[in-house]
Design a protein around this ligand. Sequence first.
Ligand SMILES: NC(=O)c1ccc[n+]([C@@H]2O[C@H](COP(=O)([O-])OP(=O)(O)OC[C@H]3O[C@@H](n4cnc5c(N)ncnc54)[C@H](O)[C@@H]3O)[C@@H](O)[C@H]2O)c1
Ligand SMILES: [Zn+2]
Length: 392
Amino acid sequence: MSDFGESDSLDVPFQVPQLHRLRFTRDVFTTDQDVLADLLAPSGDRRPRVQFWLDDHLCRARPGLLGKIRCFCDEYADRVTRVGNVQRVPGGEAIKNDIHVLERMLKVFRASDLDRRSYVVVIGGGAVLDAVGFAAAIAHRGIRLVRLPTTTLAQSDSGVGVKNGVNLFGQKNWVGTFATPWGVINDARLLDSLGERDFVSGFSEAVKVALLKDPQLLDDLRRDAAAIRRRQWDKALPIIRRTALWHLRHITEGGDPFEQREARPLDFGHWSAHKLEVMSGFELRHGEAVAIGLAIDTVYSSLACGLDPAHARQVLACLEALGFSLACPESADTHTLFAGLEEFRQHLGGRLTLTMLKGIGDPIDVHQIDRPLMRQAIAEVRRQAESVGAGG
Ligand SMILES: NC(=O)c1ccc[n+]([C@@H]2O[C@H](COP(=O)([O-])OP(=O)(O)OC[C@H]3O[C@@H](n4cnc5c(N)ncnc54)[C@H](O)[C@@H]3O)[C@@H](O)[C@H]2O)c1
Ligand SMILES: [Zn+2]
């Protein structure tokens, strides 16, 4: 036993090993089924018990998926035990906005006798991953979670993230936990049923990591924006992979996976994005709001932090070439929007810390926002959006 001495005051650091398992597949329910089966490790001599949770919109867009999951369970019946029916939950932000869904999910876990060594396999967009992941994290203080993200955004960002949560008190992600998923499978095939908006939506997170960490990625995005928008997979999939790997690297090597420091560098553009999502009554998708938030903070960076204004213009043009609209009636209400600054600060505690840009790939933390300049930045983004709308 360690010698803790005679002291009445003990500050003992300790570390908990974490393992992030990320897999890339082409078609996880046909050619790549082993990848999923291999992730579901047995516990001692017990076959792993697995429950599948599906995004309802995904189910409707891919009517064959339920059957494929049942086939997977039948084919691997000697290796996994399916527990209960495949569960379907509301897709999109609706699942995060209704706290009662959480209780219903927990009841299903309980009725199925899931335990800490069982697996919840969740297949869906970022919202469903967040909500089912939260339920799995708090049931028995943590059931193993395997995520199969099915949107470009979730495969680029939230799938590999170590956060979950739902919205409460009119605020995004007010309740949630940090929890490393057991595994994540980014399957390319699952993306092909996405509608236009949700396909485009994820690439704002790619622009975000490019601005923060990877000028080459920004050049590639600018060059290939039209092809990505047309769903040219040989251009789109590598961008999603590089973005996911940046997020993974940040979590595993950045030294602060559970956000205990005051800065949240990967939340560039997100103070306004989160607020705009709420202000729009969730009409705006997360990725769409992030595109507007990035545009605002990029222009602000050019006004207040030394970013070359020509670079800022290129970033806005890149977002528009990818298919984002920077038009957003909500951003005119700067009074309400600025409340997002305090909400952002409070979510993390401590003093306000926002990431801005001195240059592309050259972020800087700021602790104060010059509101007149921020209003100017918002107005410039609105002008840019109007000029595009007017064919300018
Ligand atoms: N936990 C994190 O680290 C983290 C990071 C980023 C974003 N998020 C959260 O993720 C959410 C946004 O996720 P999103 O952008 O994936 O949107 P989403 O989950 O709202 O999905 C968008 C729409 O597409 C549908 N859908 C999903 N996959 C589909 C498919 N393959 N085919 C057809 N339809 C499909 C969904 O049902 C929904 O209607 C937000 O709530 C955001 O806060 C979390
Ligand atoms: Zn985001």
